[in-house]
Design a protein around this ligand. Structure first.
Ligand SMILES: *[C@@H]1O[C@H](CO)[C@@H](O)[C@H](O)[C@H]1NC(C)=O
Ligand SMILES: *[C@@H]1O[C@H](CO)[C@@H](O)[C@H](O)[C@H]1NC(C)=O
Length: 304
């Protein structure tokens, strides 16, 4: 009796698994967060210890290109000019030991950056490789110490629109050198094509594209209406070649001019729809500071 019962149970179980797999092809994702632009958001190690984040973008290297000496700005966290940001080296390694990818974000809303030519893009790529990735340079010329970051995130919002595709190619050419992959991330605005990053994204070289679905009324959530956001998401996931696409959102109403989505709306109405795409990578939040204030990642993580 017992034997024949087991014989029937297995095919039934397999049929059920198949049924639910076909019914809900939804994909699990992670939460990417920007850290670095507010001295009151806590340390990198604290952010990583929450267990909420899979990707951290250290923001920003906001001066580079056109022959300028590159500069990093981490607000009140530390001062690159006095080399006090090297204290984050061990924290970066600590985050990486938890499986979290740590990228350096270049650009941002305030700064002085541009790529004047292909040669300029090559020089910036060499600088990034030697200063933040697996290249060679003395510890004192590495603002984040000897930690080897997982990649570079492009958050290009000003300056020239040119040559970012070359920077992406030069950086990706370092992937695997010394045995470590170089990941590329990008934070375009949701209107397609992004003015600064459209050409670079079309190279197909980007692993993570966290689209800013905020401060952009034509393609964001507004007043309970998810139509514009979902149709924009569908265009991103069907037309832009990229490894994974993330839904970029403000972690708090105060984090952006517009586009904040209440957590319950996100989890009940939006995530179930966008997770159907195999390109879905998760949610990106601006920023760690606002996430600490609002607890947004805590509210959504069970559904991401
Ligand atoms: C690129 O770097 C080389 C070598 O350091 C330098 O001679 C050249 O002027 C740089 N080009 C630009 C555009 O900054
Ligand atoms: C939601 O927005 C779309 C696009 O702007 C519009 O066509 C539609 O009527 C809106 N739906 C509601 C319920 O307001």
């Amino acid at each position: 009796m017992a034997k024949s019962k087991n014989c029937h149970a297995l095919p039934l179980l397999l049929a059920l698994i198949l049924f639910f797999t076909l019914l809900g092809t939804s994909h699990a994702g992670g939460i990417a967060i920007y850290w670095g632009q507010n001295g009151n958001e806590g340390t990198l190690s604290e952010a990583c210890a929450t267990g909420k984040y899979t990707h951290i973008n250290i923001a920003f290297l906001n001066k580079f290109g056109n022959g300028q000496t590159p500069e990093m700005n981490l607000a009140g966290h530390c001062n690159p000019a006095t080399n006090s940001c090297t204290k984050f080296s061990s924290e970066i390694k600590d985050c990486q030991s938890k499986g979290i990818k740590v990228l350096l974000s270049i650009g941002g809303g305030i700064g002085s950056y541009t790529l004047a030519s292909v040669e300029d893009a090559r020089n910036v790529s060499t600088f990034l490789w030697n200063t933040f990735l697996g290249g060679k340079s003395s510890s004192s010329s590495r603002p984040l110490g000897d930690a080897v970051l997982d990649g570079i995130d492009f958050d290009i919002e000003l300056g020239s629109t040119q040559n970012y595709e070359h920077l992406a190619r030069f950086l990706k050419a370092y992937s695997g050198v010394g045995g470590k992959r170089v990941y590329l991330g990008a934070a375009p605005q949701c209107p397609i094509p992004d003015r600064f990053l459209g050409t670079a994204l079309n190279t197909g070289l980007f692993d993570f594209v966290w689209v800013q679905f905020y401060n952009n009324p034509p393609c964001q959530y507004a007043n309970g209406n998810i139509t514009n956001l979902v149709s924009s998401w569908n265009r991103w996931t069907s037309t832009v070649p990229a490894g994974k696409i993330f839904l970029g959102l403000p972690a708090d109403p105060a984090a952006a001019g517009s586009g904040f989505i209440p957590a319950d709306t996100l989890t009940s109405e939006i995530l179930p729809v966008i997770k159907e795409s195999p390109k879905y990578g998760g949610v990106m939040l601006w920023s760690r500071f606002f996430d600490v204030q609002n607890g947004y990642s805590t509210s959504i993580i069970g559904s991401v």
